[in-house]
Write a protein that binds this ligand. Structure first.
Ligand code: AMP
Length: 183
């Protein structure tokens, strides 16, 4: 299984990716988690990423692309993976395609979780993470619509996009995703 979870912040990508890991035994690869770990470690990469993360902006493409390149080379990613929060820009998607083509392991499907903006704001405010102030949340949504939303057409053109209703209870959403997976 080689898939990516796609959706605005707060649509539940991470939660659903985690559930899929339990069923399909492939690793969840979350650039958000990798970046938070780098920040916590205080590595150079973490220092570079922190300002962008605090402001709800995207971390530079080169930084996350390199991070993904290294992560995909790990042994546990050789039989598949669930990308969570990557790619988030056309540049990232194109680089990923090149990387995976070289490995003859193309992405199979992109699961697009659809949730209305106002519901997202409410969900994120109740999550209470450091970068979850209302101002930063609104900025993340703006960044999503400017830089990440174009990926909908990108993957639609490749015939890989699968849109799933991301509202309702967690199990219902999960069942919709599994049903939508082409396997
Ligand atoms: P997330 O946990 O996916 O919501 O990510 C938290 C923050 O990490 C985002 O608001 C971005 O600042 C940064 N981030 C995560 N993934 C990416 C990515 N693929 N490209 C750029 N920045 C990212």
């Amino acid at each position: 299984m080689r898939i990516a979870m796609f959706g605005a912040p707060g649509t539940g990508k991470g939660t659903q990716a985690e559930k899929l890991v339990g069923t399909f035994s492939v690793p969840q690869i979350s650039t958000g988690d990798l970046l938070r770990a780098a920040v916590a470690e205080g590595s150079e990469l973490g220092r570079k990423a922190k300002a962008a993360m605090d402001a709800g902006e995207l971390v530079a493409d080169e930084v996350v692309i390199e991070m993904i390149r290294e992560r995909l080379a790990q042994p546990d990613a050789q039989d598949g993976f669930i990308l969570d929060g990557f790619p988030r820009s056309i540049k990232q998607a194109e680089s990923l395609d090149v990387m995976l083509e070289r490995l003859e392991q193309p992405l199979e499907q992109v699961i697009h979780l659809e949730v209305e903006d106002e519901e997202i704001v409410q969900r994120l405010l109740s999550r209470g993470r450091d970068d979850d102030s209302e101002e930063v949340i609104r900025n993340r949504l703006q960044v999503f619509s400017n830089q990440t939303q174009p990926l909908i057409n990108y993957y639609e053109d490749q015939g890989k996009l699968v849109s799933v209703d991301g509202t309702g209870d967690m199990q219902a959403i999960y069942d919709r995703i599994v049903k939508a997976l082409d396997r």
